[in-house]
Design a protein around this ligand. Sequence first.
Ligand SMILES: C[S@@+](CC[C@H](N)C(=O)[O-])C[C@H]1O[C@@H](n2cnc3c(N)ncnc32)[C@H](O)[C@@H]1O
Length: 273
Amino acid sequence: MQESLITDENVELLLADLLEVYGYDFTDYSRASLKRRINRLYSLDKFPSFAEFRYHLRSDATYLKRFVEQITVNVTEMFRDPGFYKALREEVLPNLGTYPFIRIWLAGCSTGEEAYSMAILLQEANLFHKSLLYATDINPSVLEKAGKGIFPLSQMKQYSENYILSGGKKDFSSYYSANYDLAKFDEVLKTKMIFSTHNLVSDHSFNEFQLILCRNVLIYFDKDLQAKVFKLFDESLDNLGFLALGSKETLQFSPIASKFKKSGSEKIWRKIS
Ligand SMILES: C[S@@+](CC[C@H](N)C(=O)[O-])C[C@H]1O[C@@H](n2cnc3c(N)ncnc32)[C@H](O)[C@@H]1O
């Protein structure tokens, strides 16, 4: 295995710089993943020394953009964990259907596959017309991609399988048009989406939601930061609203756990007080 070039002390220096110079606070992110990704970037960009890497990051705001893009993990897919989407279809959406208007926050939405999946679910549940999806992420580059709604055609086989496993009954290809090696999703799906940068570490609540999805984001945060973000979600959720997390994440043991009740076998909780 290749020796780590960036030391633990180097990582701390970079995180302190990011906070001091740009106001980006990554200090409560889990170190193992951060260090691995910083090392990768350092090698990729072939800096001759750590001092030069650090200088570049401190003095060049365009490099900051690349840095943020590279140290955040953006892996995502449509109908990821189909059982979760099945639970949304069968348990959560019928409930949300009783509201006159449905606001959904997808926090840490990455390149938007989750938002398009959610829009498809809402269409199939006949709730699309009275819903609004707020899709946010810390990284503006992924949001730019999300806004286009264009994904590699090569992934559609997998997404179609996920869709069917989630209880989808239509022909999945009816939701996109294929052009060369790209799949462009129906423009209508986008009409209910609002994309915006939002940093879960430092930004405040911006609305009241009936459903918040924050999946596969908190695994990169330490316990204190997770607790802070859970508080933000609690403040942003309507009473009886739903909070959905990723398969390796839990609300159990968090400071807000007593205000929520687990709903079914998937990682979905309902606010009860
Ligand atoms: C692994 S992706 C998860 C995407 C999607 N939610 C899913 O489950 O497929 C994690 C996303 O969280 C975003 N993220 C990381 N830190 C964040 C923060 N402080 N505020 C908002 N988003 C953040 C990353 O930019 C990335 O797009």
